[in-house]
Design a protein around this ligand. Sequence first.
Ligand SMILES: Nc1nc2c(ncn2[C@@H]2O[C@H](COP(=O)(O)OP(=O)(O)O)[C@@H](O)[C@H]2O)c(=O)[nH]1
Ligand SMILES: [Mg+2]
Length: 266
Amino acid sequence: MGRFHRHDDDTGHGHGHGHGHEHEHDGGHSHEPEADLHGDHSGYATGADRIVVLERIFDENDRRAAENRERLDRAGVLTLNLMSSPGAGKTTVLERTLAAVPDPGRIGIIEGDIETSIDADRLSAVGARVSLLNTANGFGGECHLDAPMVANALDRLDLEGLDLLFVENVGNLVCPAEFDVGAHRSVMVYAITEGEEKPLKYPVMFRAVDAVIVNKMDLLPHLDFDLELFEKNLQTVNPGVETIQVSARTGTGMDAWLAWLRRAER
Ligand SMILES: Nc1nc2c(ncn2[C@@H]2O[C@H](COP(=O)(O)OP(=O)(O)O)[C@@H](O)[C@H]2O)c(=O)[nH]1
Ligand SMILES: [Mg+2]
């Protein structure tokens, strides 16, 4: 699934605000095959049938995501989908966040990894309630989480005991943005070691988020990273998106991130 993309102009599905499907459907045949094939990197002209199947998978995912969101709304648990490339610092930001709150046991984490419980263990160790999803374990080793997987993880959490839930998505700059998991907000962690141009190269991800945590700021003196150019590229693909500069290593900027979280909770 992760190889397939939605249309470039379909920017809404990464948001977790419960809005409806933006495609027009007339029995599933509303798309021109040629127009759809631009997102398929296999190089084979496979025609409309497969596109119809993919649209149904996305529709089913959106339906299940809406169910997850309703369930989380009923329990009063604000849920954030945290995405990034591998190693940008999602888990470290979460560790810092948990360390800063009075009762980390009221924060849940759905930890998405292809394999291992390394991050789940790190976050349990700082007091979070963690539900682990290894996509290699029954989910085909997917490069993202989807709404049915998250529903499965929700079953293993005591939602009534939580105020806040983070979904640490699988580290990947492409696939996770295409699947609504039922979160209320989406946030990206971006490390300044990744370069200035990635918003232009991976616009679907950068458009899908409500805020970007710009991490590893402690490394700025050692890099030739152009912060202004990065911000300009980011604003080009997602005008008005908020950025929060932090170093999850030193803790600098975490106050601004925590303030953003408090605003999101309202
Ligand atoms: N220098 C520096 N390293 C960081 C920072 N945040 C995370 N790291 C390191 O980056 C690596 C990946 O971090 P991790 O939180 O596991 O990233 P994840 O894969 O996105 O969850 C680890 O070695 C972290 O210690 C930071 O702000 N500054
Ligand atoms: Mg991690």
